[in-house]
Design a protein around this ligand. Structure first.
Ligand SMILES: NC(=O)c1ccc[n+]([C@@H]2O[C@H](COP(=O)([O-])OP(=O)(O)OC[C@H]3O[C@@H](n4cnc5c(N)ncnc54)[C@H](OP(=O)(O)O)[C@@H]3O)[C@@H](O)[C@H]2O)c1
Length: 257
């Protein structure tokens, strides 16, 4: 990387925690941050996929560590918060990509569905931000990066409680931007369209639905995890210092109409 680009985008010497970093969008982002120089801690439940991701990154010459953890309970979230600084020190960047979308029909949503979805998708980002942002503010640099959804803006394919959780995330981004304004800590969200990941494996079994969703974009295809690499590096880097409280749509133009 030439010196000018390094000043803008290098993450050398930075530490990142990526929840959901073992799959899909989170894995794409963890790979991008690691390749841009950050030491990355991968958080998710499935130990095998976490270990595989760490192995792939270290094989590529990156610094990465595994932190198996479950963000679906308060105790689990606090355990991750306590352990995340272990491998590489306090994080400069936290990416919240862990998420679930269980899609029951609206009348069948149970209180347990509500609790499970809101805990992983909204409470975990809130609590992890509370844990790590004060240290970032003291050090004068921090990046909180959230993954929202089209469903924070419009209802389709059974938005249900998932859409509610993503609406909460977009408001959390604004609240965090306000809370940490002037400290060097920013909070922003990436807003995917329909991305081909294990999250929507069931939907992907219907080729007509997949084609219809691709047709709703301006680019003419559905998203891939690697589509998030450049935007994530930008939001994690020094060059985004004057960008906060924003939602950046990485959706092939799906949101434009
Ligand atoms: N794919 C899309 O079209 C799309 C669209 C809009 C928004 N998004 C959002 O993008 C984010 C990533 O989604 P994705 O499509 O990349 O999904 P994915 O491939 O299913 O990845 C989800 C990740 O979250 C982890 N995770 C799930 N529950 C967890 C828990 N209780 N504790 C800790 N980790 C947990 C998973 O690992 P384990 O299961 O092993 O824990 C996995 O690493 C989510 O927030 C999702 O809502 C996705």
């Amino acid at each position: 990387m030439n010196a000018y680009l390094a000043d803008l985008f290098s993450l050398a010497g930075r530490t990142a925690v990526v929840t959901g970093g073992s799959s899909g969008i989170g894995r794409g982002i963890a790979t991008a941050l690691a390749r841009a120089g950050a030491a990355v801690v991968i958080v998710a439940r499935g130990e095998e996929r976490v270990a595989e991701t760490v192995h792939e990154l270290t094989e590529a010459g990156c610094r990465a560590a595994a932190l198996p953890g479950d963000l679906s309970t308060r105790a689990g979230i606090h355990a991750v918060a306590d352990a995340a600084a272990g491998p590489f020190g306090e994080p400069d960047i936290v990416v919240h990509s862990a998420g679930i979308n269980i899609r029951p029909s609206f009348t069948e949503i149970t209180e347990d569905d509500w609790d499970a979805t809101m805990t992983v998708n909204a409470l975990a980002p809130f609590l992890l931000g509370q844990r790590f942002a004060p240290g970032m503010a003291e050090r004068g640099f921090g990046r909180l990066i959230h993954i929202s959804s089209q469903q924070a803006h419009r209802a389709f394919v059974q938005s249900g409680v998932y859409g509610v959780s993503k609406g909460a995330i977009e408001s959390l981004v604004r609240s965090e931007a306000e809370a940490w304004g002037g400290t060097g800590v920013t909070s922003n969200a990436l807003v995917p369209g329909f991305v081909l990941t294990p999250l929507n494996a069931r939907l992907q079994q219907d080729p007509q639905k997949v084609a219809e969703l691709a047709a709703r974009t301006m680019i003419g295809r559905n998203g891939l995890p690697e589509d998030f690499a450049g935007a994530a590096v930008f939001l994690a880097s020094p060059s985004s210092a004057y960008v906060t409280g924003q939602h950046l749509f990485i959706d092939g133009g799906m949101s434009v109409h």
